[in-house]
Write a protein that binds this ligand. Sequence first.
Ligand SMILES: [Zn+2]
Length: 155
Amino acid sequence: MLRDRAIEGEMNMSSEPPTLHSRRNLNLRFNVPISKTAQFWSSLKEGKFVTTKCRECGEVSFPPQTDCPRCMSQSFEWVDLGTDAELVTFTHVQVTPTSFVDRDPYLVGICKLGPGVKVLAWIEGASLEQLAPGMKLRLEARNDAGSSYYVFVPA
Ligand SMILES: [Zn+2]
């Protein structure tokens, strides 16, 4: 038992502060409380993309924030960002993290939506050669096996 809990790794003493590099893969599964932002997920199931807007200072946040990151107000409303997106930047992930090891290399992009909100998501239906900053994409909701997520696809 004690051995199971032992951290297998090596110490890196060459930098300050010293760091420990584990040799084990770390598999995590977690539940995130979403009671205050449940509207985002229920809207996503209907194909709508909404986020929070602060009633005090007007800050539009993504991901949805129930405490305004600018003025800390807890008064917010939901706004529809639409699905029209403009590609800002992108990358081709060829060395996948452990949690996506069963996937082929994939494309990830950051797009501007609505009032300039930047959203990170996978890009599907386009090749690396087809992508360019400024390209028009569309955010598409996906509901798969009880899990909701979103991807960018060509407009
Ligand atoms: Zn605010």
